[in-house]
Design a protein around this ligand. Sequence first.
Ligand code: CMP
Length: 140
Amino acid sequence: MTEKTLAIIKPDAVKKKIIGRIIQRIEDEGFKISGLKMLLLTKEEAQGFYIVHKDKPFYASLTDFMSSGEILVMVLERENAIIHWREVMGATDPALARPGTIRHTHGFSIERNAVHGSDSLPTAEWEIGYFYKGEGKQPL
Ligand code: CMP
């Protein structure tokens, strides 16, 4: 069944000017990009997005980083989109990600790991809603 996931190209990757390469990979993997926008999050917006991690030791640093520069927020669609995008991204820590994955190729550290993806169906629905709520022509 066709499924949707939220993908983010993070500030480290935008600054490195590898948006084009990552989008090419997304299309090569058979995803339809059904939403795409560039945003500069406020600290509060980054905190809201990562609210599930609010008690983690890396929350302050992560939300500083995610509000430090533009990000590209996308809705990706295909069969098994959530798991497939997670496989293409690779492990959260680039040092542990398999060769050929985006994080292995482009990630710098466990925090500055180039891309984000939803981890489950309920999370994907919540994350898509976080960035696309109330926009009539957007993919929800
Ligand atoms: P992401 O897939 O966006 O989901 C949560 C993010 O928190 C993760 O990618 C990393 O950027 C960051 N993160 C996860 N674990 C750690 C950690 N141990 N130290 C620092 N940042 C982390």
